[in-house]
Design a protein around this ligand. Structure first.
Ligand code: WQD
Length: 337
């Protein structure tokens, strides 16, 4: 049985392909290389010694999706990462996000509904909670109207899956990520942000390497202990392992409901200044930063209640912030050092 990983040459996708191969799964990747590179395949093979099947196609083309599922008719497990994910860009170009993140999802589900059984893991995000009332955030926290079209595509994507699972043989698990960071310990794969990094950790490591002059800290006037925003930074390998466990749960028919939801975080919140200190500790370098006004759309605080993932999924994040930061720094030095 083959597992399809869409966006499998991306940051979280490639780390998940590695963990799937380590568990003995045969993997086929769909990626349109819009935010990744075919070189990532070399990194995957360097780690596992196994070359996944790679199909370079765009999931927005319905015919291509139909032809793919005809050719690979033994796929009955799908982990769907492929999506545009830049919050700011989604505000500027909402239709790109609705077409890419939702159109592609519909085409894949249309193929899966034809199968006698299908297992679907959806890459969702804690962004669907907006600014949750209560910390740590449980899966029962209300889903709010996200601040960006990107976040809205995650919310609507979940709703589409729930509606479809009700009337088809598709079983699904929605994985709501907190903030993925770091890279594989081998430094053969990692995060490859194109252009100026939007996210904190790659901006820090590029600043550490001198590629950026200074890190702008978006506000220190939040109602938090040190005034900067708090997030739950989770090692990408921990996150990847959770996907394999979730898929095995569906394949072994252990799921209690047609659609289950899990928050994937460490359960610990870290402020921006604490992340900076973590970088300085693991790199031994002083990081140049300046405080600037808040970024539009940022929430103050988000970190996960991990009880459900720990107790029901049987998964727990293993790596600390420092370990994840050390991996991110090692990767940055390797690719741009
Ligand atoms: C983290 C903190 C910033 C950059 C988003 C999406 C989420 C997921 C991850 C895709 C915030 C601060 C950042 C900088 C800064 N997306 N920051 N200077 O916004 O929590 O989450 O990215 O997978 O769905 O919502 O992550 O890394 O952008 O920001 O001060 O140069 O770092 O204000 O407090 P975010 P982030």
């Amino acid at each position: 049985m083959k597992i399809l990983v869409t966006g499998g040459l991306g940051f979280i996708g490639s780390h998940t392909v590695v963990e799937l191969q380590k568990e003995g799964f045969e993997v086929v990747i769909i990626d349109n290389l819009s935010n990744s590179s075919e070189d990532v395949l070399k990194g995957i093979v360097a780690i596992t010694g196994k070359m996944p099947i790679f199909e370079n196609l765009d999931l927005r083309e319905k015919k291509s999706v139909q032809e793919f599922f005809k050719k690979h008719n033994d796929v009955n497990g799908v982990i769907h990462f492929a999506a545009s994910k830049a919050v700011g860009e989604s505000v500027e170009n909402p239709l790109l996000y609705y077409e890419n993140n939702l159109g592609a999802l519909v085409y894949i589900l249309q193929e899966l509904e034809k199968k006698p059984e299908a297992n679907f893991i959806f890459s969702s995000s804690c962004t669907v909670y907006g600014q949750a009332e209560k910390m740590p955030i449980t899966e029962n926290a209300p889903v709010q109207q996200p601040m960006s079209p990107y976040g809205n595509t995650k919310k609507i994507g979940e709703e589409i899956i729930i509606d479809v699972a009700k009337v088809t043989k598709i079983n699904a698990i929605l994985l709501r990520y907190f903030n993925p960071i770091g890279s594989h310990p081998s430094a053969e794969i990692g995060e490859l942000p194109l252009g100026i990094p939007q996210n904190l950790v790659p901006f820090i490591t590029q600043t550490g390497l001198g590629l950026r002059n200074v890190l702008s800290v978006f506000g220190d006037d939040y109602p938090t202990p040190d005034g900067t925003c708090i997030r739950d930074y989770i090692h990408v390998v921990d996150l990847a392992k959770a996907h394999v466990i979730a898929l095995q749960r569906l394949l072994n028919k252990k799921n209690l409901d047609k659609v289950e939801t899990f928050n994937l975080g460490t359960g610990t919140g870290s402020s921006v200044l604490e992340v900076i200190r973590s970088f300085e500790k693991v790199s031994g370098k002083k990081l140049p930063y300046k405080i600037v006004p808040r970024r539009e759309g940022d929430i103050t605080e988000a970190y996960a209640n991990t009880d459900k993932a720990n107790n029901v999924l049987g998964w727990k994040a293993q790596s600390t912030l420092d370990e994840a930061m050390a991996g991110a720094w090692k990767w940055e030095q390797k690719i741009r050092g």
